[in-house]
Design a protein around this ligand. Sequence first.
Ligand SMILES: CC(C)(COP(=O)(O)OP(=O)(O)OC[C@H]1O[C@@H](n2cnc3c(N)ncnc32)[C@H](O)[C@@H]1OP(=O)(O)O)[C@@H](O)C(=O)NCCC(=O)NCCS
Length: 280
Amino acid sequence: MALRGHFDFSNRDITVDFYTGIGKLPGAAAVDILFSLFGLGIYFGLPVWTIIFIASNPIHPMKTTLKKPVAIVGYSGHAYVIIDIFLNAGRLVTSYCDSEEKASNPYNLQYLGRESDVISQLKKFDFFACVGHNGIREKIHTQLSQYLGDPINAIHPSAVISASVKMGNGVMIAANTTLNPMVEIGNGVVCNTSCSIDHECIIGDFSFVAPGAVLCGNVKVGRSSFIGANSVIRQGITIGNNVIIGAGTVVIKDIPDNTTVIGNPARKLVKKPARSLKAA
Ligand SMILES: CC(C)(COP(=O)(O)OP(=O)(O)OC[C@H]1O[C@@H](n2cnc3c(N)ncnc32)[C@H](O)[C@@H]1OP(=O)(O)O)[C@@H](O)C(=O)NCCC(=O)NCCS
């Protein structure tokens, strides 16, 4: 359906005539719909009385509503995945904010500036914080929400999401992810590609579930934690706040706040002291 003309998305959504594809602001006269119906009737050879019946009845024309274009905040590899989700979900991504204009611009987006400098411009968009780092994502999400309202969610059409799932805003649900019954997903959570989150799991705000991670039933993840790629969390486990679970880790015991674990079974990562440099 081709759109014509200039649209100002700042105040309200634009409705589009179902037949002609011409955008209209709310309240536009319905008389041209009448003409459209007459034209269609004549074209398809309907009897005159049918055309008169259709034309004389109250008109409820079919319309579709266009959403605002999407501006993303942060434009690197993680953002590319999110842009792809939006495109697959039929959203138009046109612009980005970042600390500086990017040399690489694979989606040909318009650079708006630093998000804090372009708040008034951002009002014309739906926004999404495309940053993998939990703390930075939280900061962008929280600061912009004060001026712009809640960010939208990025949900890939291939995700399998139970109708009983509760979800916050600014959430990313990537391709082939499964969210089973009664899962609760907090604000700004990332559920990355092909992760599996089983019944009654609760994922706290701004946590990150990396690709292929499997959370068995009733797992609780605190705030701002990171569950590494292909890790497995046994059912009923509680993972604290600011926890890092390394890639491929198998977690069979609760993990306290501010801990990094690796291996099978999971053990605390203890960093070896850096070797001192010997003088030549
Ligand atoms: C756990 C992790 C955060 C540690 O990173 P780091 O602090 O930079 O640690 P280092 O790479 O210095 O490794 C420290 C030690 O832990 C080991 N190690 C690191 N990650 C490990 C893992 N996932 N499993 C097993 N051992 C691991 C290293 O071999 C090293 O061992 P050594 O001291 O005997 O040489 C990181 O390795 C990791 O797994 N990140 C998750 C990656 C991921 O899932 N990405 C998805 C992005 S969408």
